[in-house]
Design a protein around this ligand. Structure first.
Ligand SMILES: [Zn+2]
Ligand SMILES: [Zn+2]
Length: 500
C-alpha cells in the first residue's frame, strides 16, 4: 500500500503521485485518541494485542483508516529499512538471503518481501502491520476461575509458588522439571492468579501436538474462561481470550499482547533453531511482563547460567510417583551399521530385545536414521511379525502409536520424533547407535525419560547401545544422576527406592 502524508496523518493512496510505500515513510504519526469516537467492538476484539495484515481483517479499508485517524488503530511498517539493511518487523529476519523482490500490484514498485515468515501472509515494503491502540476489551471473570482440585507433589508445590511469584512480579523464571514430573499442574496456580488480576496469559509451545493435548486439560481446569487454541489452521484465530495456547509460530501475529508468556519445551525443535520464533516470543510480550520457561532439558548454556546463579530457576528433580529416574546403561555394540547392512543386528541388541519380548515387556527402540531403522525392522519382524516402525513422515504414525498404547504390538522402532510427548505406561527403552550426533544430551535425557513414568510401573530399563561413548551420552547420564541425587537430598524420593 502507498500512503500520502498530510495533516500529521498518513492516508492510503491508489496513485503514485505524492505517495510512498509505507517502508519509505520516515515517521508514522499516531493521532491522539478521540474519546467520543464510536469504535467497532469486533475490530477491537480481533486486533487487541495483534499485528495483522489488511488481508487478515474482514473490514473495508475506509473503516480501518477511520479508526486510525481517531487514534484507535496503529500502522507499523512491515519491513524496516536502515540504510542498506532491511529487517522484517514481524519475524526479525535480517538475512538478505531470506528476502525476495517482486513486481507488486499494490504499490507499483519492485517490492521487497520477507520469505522467512511468508507462511503467515506476505510482509513487504508496502505492507502495514495493523494493531490496536484503543481500549482493550473488558474481561469479565467468572465467580470461580479454576475448577482443578488436584494436589501437587512437594517438588511441584515449590515450583508452582515460584511461578506465581514470577508472574506477579513480571520476572523471568525457568522451571527445570524432569520428564514425568507433571509440569502442567505447576502452572495452574500462576494462571489462576494472573487471570484473577485480569492479566492476559499465553502458553506457547513449538509443537502442535502439545497444543492439542493441553487444550482440553486447560479447558477442564478453567471451564468458564474463554481459551484460544492457536495452531496452523485452527478456528480460534480471531477469538480474544484471556488465556491462549499457541504454537510458537502463531506468536508472530501478536504484538505486546501478553502479561505473561509460558514457553513450554524451550529446547525443542523448532524453537532453538528458529531465531524468528524467539523474536516472536519477545514481541508478543507486553513491555512489562513475565516469561516462564519450562523444560526437562535446558541446553548447556542455560545449565551453566543456573549453576552460576545468573538465571532464576526452580528444579523439580523427582517424578510425581517419588521413584528415581531410570539411569541409562551403556552397552558397546560394535559397528552396528556395518552389521545391519549385512542383514544382522548386534548379538547383545538382539538378546536385549528377545528377553523382553519373551517376558511380555513392551519396548521402544530409537534409531538415528530411517533407512537403518527399516533394515532393522525387517530383521526384527522375523522374531515377532507385529513389530512396527514409525518416523516423522509416516502417514500411519498416529495409528501405530495408538497400537503401542493399546498393547497390540510388542515393540515400536522409532526415530527421534517420539523422544518427547508420548507416554507408554510400562516400557523399556533402547537406543541403537547412541553415538550418533542426532542424539544430543537433551535428546538422550528425553528418551530415557520415556521409561518408568506411570505410578503402577515406576521403573524401567534404559540401554544406550553404542559404537563409542560420546560426551553427550555422558552428560545425559550425569544430568539424570544429578537429578536423582537432588531429589533424594530434598526428600522427594522414597528412601528404599533411592537407596538402590
Ligand atoms: Zn508493494
Ligand atoms: Zn518476516
Amino acid at each position: 500500500m502507498r500512503f500520502i502524508q498530510k495533516d500529521n496523518l498518513i492516508i492510503p493512496s491508489k496513485t503514485k503521485e505524492d505517495s510512498l510505500p509505507i517502508a519509505q515513510i520516515l515517521m508514522i504519526p499516531n493521532p491522539p485518541l478521540t474519546p467520543s469516537f464510536t469504535y467497532n467492538p469486533e475490530l477491537q476484539q480481533r486486533l487487541t494485542g495483534k499485528q495483522l495484515l489488511l488481508d487478515d481483517l474482514p473490514f473495508p479499508l475506509p473503516d480501518i483508516q477511520e479508526h486510525y485517524q481517531h487514534g484507535y488503530l496503529t500502522y507499523r511498517k512491515g519491513i524496516e529499512k536502515n540504510g542498506k539493511q532491511s529487517s522484517c518487523v514481524r519475524c526479525g529476519n535480517k538475512d538478505p538471503q531470506w528476502f525476495g523482490a517482486y513486481p507488486c500490484a499494490r504499490c507499483g514498485e519492485n517490492c521487497l518481501y520477507c520469505r522467512k515468515c511468508l507462511m503467515m501472509g506476505r510482509i513487504s515494503e508496502c505492507t502495514p502491520l495493523i494493531g490496536w491502540s484503543g481500549p482493550a476489551p473488558e474481561i469479565q471473570n467468572p465467580a470461580q476461575i479454576m475448577a482443578w482440585q488436584g494436589t501437587l507433589s512437594e517438588g511441584q508445590k515449590v515450583a508452582s509458588d515460584h511461578v506465581v511469584e514470577a508472574i506477579r512480579q513480571n520476572q523471568e523464571h525457568l522451571v527445570w522439571a524432569v520428564c514425568g514430573a507433571g509440569k502442567t499442574e505447576v502452572l495452574f496456580a500462576g494462571i489462576e492468579s494472573a487471570l484473577a488480576a485480569k492479566k492476559r496469559i499465553c502458553i506457547a509451545t513449538p509443537r502442535t501436538d502439545v497444543v492439542l493435548e493441553l487444550s482440553p486439560r486447560l479447558k477442564a481446569a478453567f471451564p468458564d474462561i474463554p481459551i484460544a487454541s492457536l495452531y496452523g489452521g485452527s478456528e480460534d484465530r480471531h477469538l480474544f481470550a484471556p488465556l491462549t495456547i499457541a504454537t510458537t509460530h502463531q506468536l508472530l501475529r501478536f504484538y505486546h499482547a501478553f502479561d505473561a508468556i509460558i514457553l513450554d519445551e524451550v529446547d525443542a525443535f523448532p524453537y532453538t533453531v528458529e531465531e524468528s520464533l524467539q523474536y516472536a516470543a519477545v514481541q508478543a510480550r507486553k513491555p512489562a511482563s513475565a516469561m516462564i520457561y519450562l523444560t526437562a532439558t535446558p541446553n548447556s548454556n542455560w545449565q551453566r547460567e543456573c549453576r552460576t546463579g545468573t538465571r532464576a530457576y526452580t528444579t523439580i528433580p523427582a517424578r510425581f510417583h517419588r521413584k528415581p529416574l531410570p539411569v541409562p546403561e551403556f552397552n558397546w555394540c560394535g559397528n552396528w551399521q556395518k552389521q545391519l547392512k549385512k542383514g544382522n543386528l548386534p548379538a547383545n541388541v538382539i538378546r536385549w530385545i528377545k528377553t523382553r519380548i519373551q517376558a511380555d515387556k513392551q519396548i521402544l527402540v530409537f534409531f538415528p536414521h530411517i533407512p537403518l531403522m527399516e533394515k532393522a525392522l525387517s530383521i526384527l519382524q522375523q522374531i515377532h511379525p507385529e513389530i512396527e516402525a514409525v518416523h516423522a513422515e509416516d502417514p500411519d504414525r498416529k495409528s501405530k502409536v495408538q497400537k503401542m498404547r493399546n498393547k497390540e504390538i510388542p515393540m515400536l522402532l522409532t526415530t527421534t520424533i517420539l523422544e518427547r510427548g508420548v507416554t507408554f505406561p510400562n516400557i523399556d527403552v533402547a537406543v541403537v547407535g547412541a553415538e550418533d550426533t542426532i542424539f544430543t544430551e537433551s535428546a538422550l535425557v528425553q528418551i530415557a525419560g520415556r521409561a518408568g513414568r506411570s505410578k503402577d510401573h515406576p521403573t524401567g530399563n534404559v540401554t544406550f547401545f553404542h559404537y563409542g561413548k560420546t560426551e553427550d551420552m555422558l552428560k545425559a547420564r550425569r544430568q539424570i544422576v544429578t537429578m536423582n541425587l537432588e531429589g533424594l537430598k530434598k526428600g522427594l524420593l522414597d528412601k528404599q527406592e533411592a537407596a538402590k
